[in-house]
Design a protein around this ligand. Structure first.
Ligand code: F3S
Length: 68
């Protein structure tokens, strides 16, 4: 079964926080306000569109979606 995971590239992220604003179920902010995936980044099927929305809205192109 296909599993989607989100990943934030820590080098690219500049803390725009759009990921967290758009999909707080999938992203959180660290103490410096930079985004990171929650837990192992697994995306439940109902949240797939939110994951893609967050990816499309990151100005730094820091979010990738991996399909395993
Ligand atoms: Fe960082 Fe992009 Fe989110 S810059 S905080 S991964 S919107």
């Amino acid at each position: 079964m296909k599993v989607l995971r989100v990943r934030v590239d820590r080098e690219r992220c500049q803390g725009h926080a759009r990921c967290f604003a758009l999909a707080p179920e999938l992203f959180e902010l660290d103490q410096w306000g930079n985004g990171r995936e929650r837990g192992d980044g697994a995306v439940p099927a109902p949240l797939e569109q939110k994951a893609r929305l967050a990816q499309a809205n990151c100005p730094e192109l820091a979010i990738t979606i991996i399909e395993e």
